[in-house]
Ligand binder design. Structure first.
Ligand SMILES: Nc1ncnc2c1ncn2[C@@H]1O[C@H](COP(=O)(O)OP(=O)(O)OP(=O)(O)O)[C@@H](O)[C@H]1O
Length: 341
């Protein structure tokens, strides 16, 4: 378990002091994928560097399995650093990060060679990781012959070859097209499920977090503004991280004027997404119109957020019925004057 306790970190630049992290506390569950989300310069990479023990906080504590890493001697620090691997570089920028003179398999094997691991063990481990990242067929080619997505997956394999407990991936899908992103994220998911690796995933891209993270924290200006399990968060409509992860509602305020009630509804899971709205409509004889929002997936779970316009005498009863069946109904506004933008 990695625990961050009240971390602060500042830098001095020509413009003065920059507070990169301000009172950050988080628990990362072992074997989970933990998303660190936030806009640019919010402090994600700084937090990653503290987690990887590449830098020290000004104040606060980074713990590995309860041990305060600041108390480790050089030997302890080296061994703690070996437990967390950093997915280095962005393979979209070229084959850097991988040796151009080595094959894919040779690149993945490099850390093992440097550690003096024997040939048969190297072969077994590299073979396992080539399979995990889907590059078995590309084992014998050089990085220049790989696509950017394949290079990024080769880097994932190389980061895993030393059997770390934690993999730190900072913007692992940046610059990749959607199909290529899926390949990289699948490799990270397999690392987590098949090898039990904890993945710390720092990204600006909320769709990446939705797809693979169990838990996430939203950083803004060096502070955690929200954190928790993804499916728990979406049950709190006002939560800023839920707002960032759920589909955006872009509905002109005038649209709602045509309905007796307007409400934002979050539906989680196949049954809710597929059935609740039509059933409420027929059961209560109300017209339920979707004014905005959409459907996304959190991992394998479909999650919808819709803005609904509801008309008919039993509009409130219909919304109440949806809420009783697990729909999260927010801001049932009384009439057109209450409609938000
Ligand atoms: N070594 C450094 N020297 C000076 N300022 C730094 C240093 N590292 C980070 N900062 C500053 O700290 C703040 C947080 O930066 P950080 O890179 O952690 O954010 P980020 O969320 O990872 O951003 P990005 O997505 O753009 O990488 C920024 O204002 C950044 O300029």
């Amino acid at each position: 378990m990695i625990t961050f306790e009240n971390l602060t970190k500042s830098f001095w630049s020509t413009a003065g002091r920059v507070v990169a992290l301000d009172g950050v506390s988080l628990d990362v569950t072992p074997g989970s994928v933990f998303g660190i989300v936030g806009p640019t310069r919010s402090g994600k990479s700084t937090l990653g560097k503290l987690a990887a023990l590449q830098d020290r906080p000004d104040t606060g504590v980074v713990r590995f399995d309860g041990v305060n890493t600041a108390t480790l001697d050089q030997r302890g620090l080296r061994s703690a650093r070996r437990r967390i691997s950093v997915l280095a570089g962005h393979a979209t920028q070229g084959p850097e990060g991988l040796s151009p003179h080595r094959t894919t398999a040779g690149n993945i094997a490099l850390p093992l060679e440097q550690a003096g691991v024997d040939g048969p063990t190297r072969k077994r481990k590299v073979g396992q990781l080539l399979d995990l990242v889907g590059l078995t067929e590309r084992a014998g080619v050089h990085p220049s012959e790989l696509t950017p997505a394949q290079r990024q997956r080769a880097l994932v394999a190389r980061a895993l070859v030393g059997e770390p407990s934690v993999l730190l991936a900072d913007e692992p899908t940046r610059g990749l097209d959607p199909d290529a992103q899926v390949g990289v994220l699948t490799a990270l998911e397999r690392a987590r499920f098949e090898l039990g690796v904890t993945v710390l995933l720092a990204t600006e891209d909320t769709s990446v977090v939705r797809r693979v993270a169990d838990d996430a924290a939203l950083l803004d200006d060096g502070r955690i503004v929200a954190s928790g399990g993804l499916l728990d968060l979406v049950s709190e409509p006002g939560n800023p991280l839920a707002q960032a992860l759920l589909p955006v509602i872009e509905t002109p305020s005038s649209t709602g004027a045509l309905y007796d009630r307007v409400a934002d509804v979050v539906l989680i899971g196949f049954a809710a997404v597929g059935a609740l709205l039509p059933e409420a409509s027929s059961r209560f004889g109300t017209e339920l119109s979707v004014l905005g929002g959409g459907l996304v997936r959190f991992g394998d779970t479909p999650v919808a957020r819709f803005r609904l316009g509801v008309s008919g005498g039993r509009a409130d009863a219909a919304l109440g019925w949806i809420a009783e069946r697990g729909g999260i109904v927010d801001r049932p506004l009384a009439g057109p004057q209450g409609v938000a933008a």
